[in-house]
Design a protein around this ligand. Structure first.
Ligand code: FAD
Length: 448
């Protein structure tokens, strides 16, 4: 049985080592801070003059009268800087890389030394709870220091900590050892998801669990894999980032990681992904029916919007600020004009009043960004062509003489599954890609 190998991304020069010979603790480590400091003070929300004002302002906006308040760490956060050397990350108890995007309070004090104040959010734990979760001050400082600095925050002078903060360190494998189904390349049948792949976060773990689980099941049933690519979903972006670039710090998913984020929107998530789920028979009949009904409503609504027309002159007469060039525009086009929203269009075309607002909002976004979306669709097409150009798993890069030895090494290390993935490897030039494509066409495609 082939042994699973891992490489250390922090020290990329390290040789691959066999998992079977390495204790788990020797795997790469990443750590993240706990944000589980809870503060109990029944009277907190009603005490102190300034604090009371905060409640009144915020409570207007919160359903069920749940208030989320922000406070600021006091300038007396000096307690933190004075004790920074006692933090687990400074004493050397923890020596791995922390999450850049959720820094601990001591991290913030070091990295943003010019700031004297840091924002925190006090989040009630629930309707029937007197616990407050102070978001923004995760920490690995010793208990006595935590107690001291919590009480320097205005509004928390009398707070009592029920669970002190702590930092955790966790082992992870190099995710470049995985294929896009999250199967370990050198250990067929083993699928990994979540923190073990170097990510942090509930959604990141859940999304990988979905893909790893589906693929394990499809593989067991001898069915084709289920893969989402970068142009289809954030799941695809995350998995591609993990398997092609690897991680050097806990990986979090951000919309900014996607080159197609105009197309990958929350409002069209079901439109993008449900058809794929229907195709693979992994959603219930009920969801399928609801989805198909929604799609048919969107189509009907779009047709209505396209058929309802008005001239710009009539629009101007109604008081709208448009150039009176006599052009006739559809309700759909008007939705896309600057300064026009759903309500304006409904006011202009009374026939649209019966259309569900959610559907109109969806068409509003589609129409507003249609020019850019069309451009992106062209980019996505090119991307998909490259993604569908598979690289044979057994390819021997050393024998491709038209590749530089740097390109040969990099491709052999990453073993990309397709040309798109090869393009995303740092240092792989368009010339190397061309050479690779020609080689595959000559030695594999034409031989079929
Ligand atoms: C204190 C804290 C606060 C956090 N807050 C947030 C947050 O606000 N938002 C956010 O998105 N993320 C947060 N995270 C990160 C998030 O919780 C994790 O990234 C995520 O839960 C990882 O999911 P996972 O399934 O990979 O691992 P886990 O949730 O750790 O699941 C692994 C499971 O495997 C079990 N297990 C381990 N070894 C064995 C074994 N040998 N046999 C059988 N079972 C085993 C464990 O008991 C565990 O149940 C926080 C993490 C911590 C520690």
């Amino acid at each position: 049985m082939p042994a699973l190998s891992i490489t250390l991304p922090i020290k990329p020069s390290s040789a691959s080592i066999s998992l079977t010979k390495v204790p788990f603790a020797e795997l790469n480590k990443i750590f993240e801070y706990s944000r589980k400091i809870k503060v109990r003070d029944k009277y907190l929300l009603h005490k102190g003059e300034n604090y009371q004002q905060e409640i009144d302002r915020a409570s207007r906006d919160w359903l069920f009268n749940i208030n989320i308040h922000d406070s600021l760490t006091s300038e007396r956060g000096k307690i933190i800087s004075d004790n920074i050397k006692k933090s687990a990350m400074c004493t050397g108890v923890i020596d791995s890389v922390g999450p850049r995007y959720c820094p601990s309070i001591e991290d913030k004090v070091i990295r943003f030394a010019d700031k004297t104040r840091h924002q925190i959010f006090l989040e009630p734990e629930g309707l029937n709870s007197d616990l407050v979760y102070p978001n923004g001050i995760s920490t690995s400082l010793p208990e006595e220091v935590q107690k001291k600095f919590i009480q320097t925050i205005s509004g928390l002078e009398k707070a009592e900590i029920v669970q002190i903060g702590y930092a955790i360190e966790y082992d992870y494998i190099d995710p470049r050892e995985l294929s896009n189904t999250l199967e370990v390349k050198k250990q067929k049948g083993l699928y990994l998801a979540g923190q073990i792949n170097g990510t942090t976060g509930y959604e990141e773990a859940g999304a990988q669990g979905l893909i790893a689980g589906l693929n394990a099941a499809f593989s067991a049933k001898k069915q084709s894999p289920f893969v989402l690519n970068r142009s289809q979903s954030y799941i695809g972006v995350m998995i591609d980032d993990l398997i092609s670039v690897g991680v050097t710090e806990p990986y979090r998913m951000f919309t900014s990681r996607s080159e197609y984020r105009l197309s990958l929107r929350a409002d069209n998530a079901d439109i993008r992904l449900t058809p794929l789920a229907i195709e693979r028979n992994i959603i219930s009949l009920n969801r399928k029916t609801i989805f198909e009904e929604k799609v048919s409503q969107i189509e009907k609504a779009k047709n209505t919007l396209l058929s309802e027309q008005i001239t710009t002159n009539s629009l101007a007469k109604m008081g709208y600020n448009v150039s009176q060039n006599g052009v006739t525009r559809s309700a759909y086009q008007i939705l896309g004009l600057p300064n026009f929203g759903v309500q304006h269009v409904v006011n202009i075309f009374t026939k649209l009043k019966n259309i569900d607002k959610k559907i109109l909002n969806y068409l509003y976004v589609e129409s507003k960004y249609s020019v850019y979306l069309n451009r992106q669709t062209a980019d996505i097409k090119n991307f998909q062509i490259e993604e569908s150009f598979s690289i044979p798993g057994n390819i021997d890069y050393q024998s491709i003489k038209s590749l530089s030895s740097e390109a040969q090494e990099k491709l052999a290390l990453h073993r990309p599954q397709n040309i798109g993935a090869a393009r995303r490897i740092q240092g792989i030039t368009p010339a190397s890609l061309n050479a690779l494509i020609i080689y595959i066409k000559m030695n594999y495609v034409t031989k079929k």
